[in-house]
Write a protein that binds this ligand. Structure first.
Ligand SMILES: Nc1ncnc2c1ncn2[C@@H]1O[C@H](COP(=O)(O)OP(=O)(O)OP(=O)(O)O)[C@@H](O)[C@H]1O
Length: 254
C-alpha cells in the first residue's frame, strides 16, 4: 500500500537576526507513522516543530499539513494537530478533570475526562492539581491533553526527558497506543534507544540541516555496510536491563 504523506516540508529556512537556525530542510512524514527528529542541542529541531505547529514564523520554504498550506490556512492546521503545552500553561487551581473540560470547551469538542485519564493511567489523579503530579504523570497528562481535539497528528518535544526507566517505557507503550489508534506522531528525543524503539523513520538534524533520514534499521545497516564496528564487544544486556530486572517494570510514582 502506498504511504500517504501527511506533512510535507520543503526548503524550510528560519533565521534569527544574522543567525540561520534552519538551513533549507525538506522532509515528509507519512500518515500514521512515528517520525523522529534527532540531533544535538541547537540543531533546529524545536524551531522546525514550532513552525509546523504554526507557533513560529518561517523565513522561507513551504509546509503542507494534511494538504493544507501553512501560508494559506494556519487555523485549519491548528484544528487537526495536537501540541504539548509548556507546563506553565496549566491553570494552577484546576484539577485534571477540570483542565480537560476546559480544553474541551476551548476546542469546542465533547470529551469524557475520566475515559481519557483512564487511557493514560491517571484515573486515581482525577481530582489532583497538575503541580502535585510526579514527572511521569505530568508527561502522561500533557500527552493526554494533545488528544482532546481528536487530532490527526501530535507533536511531542522530548516527552521522556528526566523520567526514570519505568516511566519512560510506560510512556513508550502509551505513544504506541496513540499511534495504533490512528494518530501520526512526530517526536524529538535525545535518547537513541527511544528513537530506535519508537520511530518508523527518523531524520538526523545537525546545524540546521538534515544529514540522514530513514528507518532506524536502515540507518544502522548503512553504517555497518560502511565498515563501522563497535569498539567493544556488545554485551547481551545493558545497565538499563539490569535496572529494570532489579526494580521491576511497575511505575513507582503512583
Ligand atoms: N528566539 C530565538 N532567538 C534567537 N535564536 C534562537 C531562538 N530560538 C532558538 N534559537 C537558536 O536557534 C538554534 C536552534 O534552536 P532549537 O531550539 O530549534 O534547537 P533544538 O535542536 O531544538 O535544540 P535542543 O535539543 O537543545 O532543544 C539554537 O542555536 C538556538 O540558540
Amino acid at each position: 500500500m502506498e504511504k500517504r504523506r501527511i506533512i510535507e516540508v520543503r526548503d524550510l529556512v528560519k533565521t534569527y537576526g544574522d543567525f540561520t537556525a534552519v538551513k533549507g530542510i525538506s522532509f515528509d512524514v507519512y500518515e500514521n507513522e512515528v517520525f523522529g527528529l534527532l540531533g544535538p542541542n541547537g540543531a533546529g529541531k524545536s524551531t522546525t516543530l514550532e513552525i509546523i505547529e504554526t507557533l513560529r514564523q518561517k523565513t522561507a520554504g513551504s509546509v503542507m499539513v494534511a494538504g493544507i498550506d501553512l501560508d494559506k490556512d494556519p487555523e485549519a492546521i491548528k484544528q487537526i494537530i495536537g501540541v504539548q503545552l509548556q507546563t506553565s500553561g496549566y491553570y494552577p487551581n484546576l484539577n485534571l478533570v477540570e483542565l480537560i473540560e476546559l480544553f474541551g470547551g476551548l476546542y469546542n469538542q465533547p470529551v469524557d475526562p475520566m475515559a481519557l485519564l483512564r487511557e493514560f493511567n491517571l484515573e486515581d489523579k482525577a481530582k489532583a492539581k497538575f503541580k502535585a503530579l510526579s514527572g511521569g504523570q505530568k508527561q502522561r497528562f500533557s500527552i493526554a491533553t494533545t488528544l482532546i481535539n481528536r487530532p490527526r497528528i501530535i507533536f511531542l518535544d522530548e516527552p521522556t526527558t528526566g523520567l526514570d526507566p519505568q516511566a519512560r517505557r510506560n510512556l513508550w507503550t502509551l505513544i504506541q497506543q496513540v499511534r495504533a489508534n490512528g494518530t501520526t506522531v512526530v517526536i524529538t528525543t535525545h535518547y537513541m534507544d527511544e528513537a530506535e524503539f519508537l520511530c518508523d523513520r527518523c531524520a538526523i538534524v545537525d546545524s540546521g540541516r538534515i544529514i540522514a533520514i530513514d528507518s532506524p534499521d536502515a540507518l544502522i545497516d548503512q553504517l555497518v555496510a560502511g565498515g563501522f564496528e563497535r569498539k567493544k564487544e556488545v554485551k547481551k544486556a545493558s545497565l538499563e536491563d539490569v535496572f529494570i530486572h532489579l526494580t521491576g517494570k511497575d511505575l513507582r510514582e503512583d
